[in-house]
Write a protein that binds this ligand. Structure first.
Ligand SMILES: Cc1ncc(COP(=O)(O)O)c(C=O)c1O
Length: 419
């Protein structure tokens, strides 16, 4: 063993100048100190077993109110059986890109059904929702185009924009407008040259705030400036709209030029799709690098998403039940004195503000048998740390009663709500 092997290569790197890995050691030291200070670590908790709304962690049953499995379909026997049958028929992987050997008839059948479901001409499946945003946004933004993104859009939207910016050598002009503000979008669009290509990107339901995009007003502004509209429906399909078809159904009009969604939430699977006019989808199919240079969505996930889609079409009572649950939880949290800010969907944040208090709240819930998610900056603005609670159509009224009882008791004990 050489001297540099023994110290992990530190001395050699130190002699040569700044060690690239120093930041990792600094980060580890910071993280260890932080965990020591708060006494536990609230992230990356390993789940040992799942039973519907129950997750088993460290041998304990926890009631899950921190999942995006909005319709409970990842646990539905029909979805699970479809995944098993697909593995038996096609194997576990497509072992290649859509472009070459990785397209199954299952991809094309699912795409046709999705296009019909969201009312667009064509759809295209990617391996994850993240890759969908990365591939579709970066394919569509060309040299010198302008893109307009809501300030709190999901990270994958921003990464799609950064990816495009890198590919087009920084020539893309990026504008971030105030959250859900048609007025600020108007201001931003007015600052762009009239003849520039323009894309407005917004989430349909915002993933931390739980509010719904003002789609009619935003698209009216976008149209006035000749901009196209790209709608991320990750938290909207299966969740809002009378039959769960998302934001366009919620507002009663097909206003977006392109709709994307992930399968990792209501669809109980993993993967994603973008849908719109045939030529546009075909362009993305031939220019989306995350589609072309990555292996395609595997058979089990395709079959699971397809079975879930079928259930969504046949059981509109699921999104309706979810909407009732959302209305009840928002109402009850407000009555207890919690700040849920702008929530209007089954994503109900309990705004705590302080990071430390948020972690204590999370830990008390965990100890009492409830699994929720603590979110601090940069996930939310620095003074808006929150506990993100999210509900599933399969939560029973008894389970929701238990959640409210425990959260009220913990909130009182920590002084977050009054006695
Ligand atoms: C709004 C939004 N878009 C896209 C994604 C990415 O989806 P996936 O988990 O399939 O990569 C997420 C996931 O959290 C999301 O919340």
């Amino acid at each position: 063993m050489t001297c540099s092997d023994a110290d992990g290569g530190r001395s050699t790197a130190a002699r040569a100048g700044t060690d690239l890995f120093q930041k990792c050691r600094d980060y580890q030291a910071w993280l260890d100190a932080k965990i020591g200070e708060i006494g536990f670590y609230p992230y990356f908790a390993a789940i040992e077993e799942v039973r519907g709304t129950t997750a088993v962690i460290d041998g304990r049953d926890l009631l899950m109110i921190g999942s995006n499995n909005y319709l409970g379909l990842s646990w539905d026997p029909r979805v699970r059986e479809a995944a098993i049958a697909a593995v038996k028929r096609y194997g576990t992987s497509c072992s290649g890109s859509r472009y070459l050997n990785g397209t199954l008839t299952l991809h094309e059948e699912l795409e046709a059904e999705l296009a019909e479901f969201v009312g667009k001409q064509a759809a295209l499946c990617f391996t994850t929702g993240y890759q969908t945003n990365l591939g579709a946004i970066s394919a569509l933004l060309g040299k010198n185009d302008h893109v307009f993104s809501d300030r709190v859009n999901h990270a994958s939207v921003m990464d799609g924009i950064f990816h495009a910016s890198g590919l087009r050598m920084g020539s893309i002009k990026v504008h971030r407008y105030a959250h859900n503000s048609p007025r600020d979008l108007d201001r931003a669009l007015s600052s762009a040259p009239a003849d520039a290509g323009k894309l407005v990107v917004t989430d349909g339901v915002f993933s931390m705030e739980g509010d719904i995009v003002r789609l009619e007003e935003l698209t009216e502004v976008a149209r006035r400036h000749g901009a196209r509209v790209y709608l991320d429906e990750a938290h909207a399909i299966g969740v809002i709209g009378d039959t769960g078809r998302g934001t366009e159904e919620h507002v009663g009009q097909p206003l977006a030029d392109l709709v994307m969604c992930t399968f990792s939430k209501s669809f109980g699977s993993i993967g994603g799709f973008v849908a719109g006019d045939r030529e546009v989808v075909n362009f993305v199919k031939h220019h989306g690098r995350s589609l072309i240079f990555s292996a395609s969505m595997p058979p089990a996930n395709l079959a699971a998403a397809r079975a879930a889609l079928n259930i969504m079409r046949e059981e509109p009572e699921r999104p309706r039940r979810l909407q009732q649950i959302a209305a009840r939880m928002i109402r009850e949290y407000k009555a207890l004195g919690f700040n849920v800010d702008v929530a209007e969907t089954p994503i109900v944040p309990l705004i705590i503000g302080d990071d430390h208090l948020t972690f204590r709240f999370w830990h008390a819930l965990f100890e009492a048998g409830i699994y929720a998610n603590p979110v601090i900056s940069p996930g939310v603005p620095p003074d808006k740390a929150l506990i993100r609670t999210s509900y599933m159509a399969i939560h029973t009224d008894d389970e929701l009663d238990r959640v409210l009882e425990i959260i009220a008791a913990v909130g009182r004990r920590l002084g977050i709500i009054g006695p």
